[in-house]
Design a protein around this ligand. Sequence first.
Ligand SMILES: O=C(O)CCC(=O)C(=O)O
Ligand SMILES: [Fe+2]
Length: 256
Amino acid sequence: MYKPLYPTLRHWNKDWLQPEVSAAIESGKLSSIACAKSPGVFIIKLFTEDFCAKLLQEVEAFQATGLPRVRPNAQNWHGVILNELGFQPLFAAVIDRLISPLAQETFPERFKSGLCAADHHAFVVEYAAGKDQSLDLHFDDSDITVNICLGKSFQGGGLSFFGQAGKADEDIHEVDVEFAGAAHGLMHLGSHKHLVKKLEGGSRVNLLLWCLDKDNPLLAAEIPFYDDLTEHLADRSNINDSWKSWDEVGVPCTFT
Ligand SMILES: O=C(O)CCC(=O)C(=O)O
Ligand SMILES: [Fe+2]
C-alpha cells in the first residue's frame, strides 16, 4: 500500500510557487517569468525548490513500495504518471491559472485566448546509469509542454531543440539547453522537436506536463494518452499479472 508523504501537495497552493510567479499571477502579466532562449523555447522557474524536493520524495516513496506502474510515455521507460498518484487537481489548477495565461502571452498567435486545457498528462521521467540515459528526436503528444527539473545531481542530459514537426526545417538543429538544477525548467510547443542528450553521470528526474488544448485532434480522435503503451503492458503481462487491474483501480492508495 502506498501512503502519500505530503497529501496536501496535490492541491493548488501559492506556497508551491516562486514568489515572482505568484506576483505575476496577481498582476496578470506573466511574460516576465519566461525568458526566451530561442524562438519558442522559454526558460521558466515556476515552483519552489522545496516543492520540487517534496515531489521528488513523493515519487521515491511510491517507487519504494514496488507497486506496479505504467511507463510514463511511449519513449521513457523510467518514471511515474503523477495523476495516478492523485496529482490531477494540482496540475489542472496550475495549467488553468498559470500555464494557460503564460501560453497566451508567449505564443499569442497560437493561443489567442489562452490555452483552453481540455486534458493533461503529468509525469516524471528518470535518467541514470542502468535506466534511461537519453531520448531520441521526437515531438510530444501535447500543445504545450512544461518540463521542470526536480533534481538530483547530474552531468549532461540537456535538451537539443530542432524545428517544428511537419515543417521543412523540422530536423534542423536550433539550440541546446542544459538544466541548471532543481526547479529550473522549460516551456515549448509540443510540436517543437527535441531530444535528450546522453546523461554523463548522476541522476536527473524531471516533471513533465503535457497540456492539450480543447482543439487538439488527439481529443477528437479520443485517443487516450496510454494507447501506445499497450505493447509495454503486454510485455508486463509475461512477468507480472498485476498490471491488468491497473486501469480499473489505479494505485492502491490511502490518503490521510
Ligand atoms: O527528459 C526531458 O527533459 C524531456 C523528456 C521528454 O522530452 C518527454 O518526455 O517527452
Ligand atoms: Fe518530449
